[in-house]
Design a protein around this ligand. Structure first.
Ligand code: NAD
Length: 325
């Protein structure tokens, strides 16, 4: 039996595929490559030395979803596919609702039809909005500040309602904090199409000379140096978290876990760590605060440690290390 990995050519999905294959799982990958390249599929196969079926196509297309479930022997789904840029979601909300919700609903319907009930969903720390207390626990108040966040909250609600309607579902919601870093081979990385939205790929493009300088949005937050603090987690630790969640998928329910390190670093601390690790200078300018940004966000990851036996292991230096091939 195989795990269907949607969005498996993307940043987190590709690293998770490598992890799953290393643990002996069979996988099937589907991706429309809207924010990734087919070479990622080749690299996953090269790194792991294993083969799997890849479907290039859009999960909004129910015919494709049915075809995959008909052809493959799938018993679990890890659903990464979706749009993820906050700013873009504000500019084009309907596109976000359409893509993130319809892909999820199509997959759930195909699973229901075949009595497949193991589902892992990529949620985000964005569902906590501006948290009232830190570190953030899974039972914190949920509120979305933008259309992207709303899609995550809506999907979480759909999954909770689904379980309420049928207690055989085994649903895990993983709320990621800020994944950074890449595969040590240099073959897999956060390499978005267009100008990056996230800080680390932006820093890397400045390092590569593709962009002139990093824009640090706000230096007057109530933090250690005035810049925003986030919980950065190595993508390989995150991939590990999926493998741990999968191996614990025994009891039906909706299981929710934060995947973070529990430690926050400011934007300037991250830039300095990057400079030190890669022996370079990253020019930056201070820009006005961005609407919707918050001062501090870091996880209480203890639930995942207790229940999944998972803990992030990689250091900030490992997260910052750039490998080029
Ligand atoms: N990277 C982050 O900072 C972060 C943080 C929290 C949550 N997440 C969530 O994790 C998931 C994976 O994120 P990522 O960083 O790997 O993003 P990514 O863009 O690298 O990967 C998503 C993949 O899904 C594919 N995709 C999008 N729409 C599709 C569709 N309709 N049909 C088929 N494929 C489609 C894209 O081509 C891409 O390869 C997303 O759901 C994202 O919202 C990401």
């Amino acid at each position: 039996m195989a795990i269907l990995v949607t969005g498996g050519a993307g940043y987190i999905g590709s690293h998770t595929c490598v992890q799953l294959l290393a643990e002996g799982h069979e996988i099937v990958v589907v991706d429309n490559l809207v924010n990734s390249k087919e070479t990622a599929v080749k690299y996953i196969k090269g790194i792991s030395g294993k083969d799997f079926n890849f479907y290039r196509g859009d999960l909004k297309n129910m015919d494709l979803v049915e075809e995959i479930f008909d052809k493959e022997k799938i018993d679990s789904v890890i659903h990464f596919a979706g749009y993820k840029a906050v700013g873009e979601s504000v500019e084009n909300p309907v596109m976000y609702y359409e893509n993130n919700l319809i892909t999820t609903i199509n997959i759930i319907n195909a699973m229901k039809k075949r009595n497949i009930r193991n589902f892992i969903f990529s949620s985000s720390a964005t569902v906590y909005g501006n948290p009232a207390t830190l570190p953030i626990r899974e039972d914190a108040h949920l509120i979305a500040a933008n259309p992207y966040g709303h899609t995550k909250l809506m999907i979480e609600q759909i999954l909770k309602d689904l379980y309420a309607s049928d207690h055989k579902w085994n649903i895990t919601i993983l709320r990621y904090f800020n994944p950074i870093g890449g595969h040590p081979t240099g073959l897999l990385a956060d390499n978005p199409k267009g100008i990056p939205n996230n800080l680390m790929p932006y820093i890397i493009q400045v390092y590569q000379g593709k962009l002139k300088q990093v824009h640090v949005f706000g230096d007057d937050y109530p933090t250690i140096d005035g810049t925003g603090v986030r919980d950065y987690i190595h993508v390989i630790d995150l991939a590990d978290g999926h493998a741990a969640a999968l191996s614990k998928m025994k009891e039906p329910g909706v299981h929710i876990f934060n995947l973070g390190t529990g430690t926050g670093y400011s934007v300037l601390q991250l830039i300095k760590a990057f400079e030190k690790t890669n022996k370079c200078k990253i020019p930056y300018i201070i820009a006005p605060r961005r609407a919707g940004d918050i001062a501090l966000c870091y996880a209480d990851p203890s639930k995942a440690e207790i229940e999944l036996g998972w803990k992030a292991k990689k250091t900030l230096e490992e997260m910052c290390k750039v490998v080029f091939i």
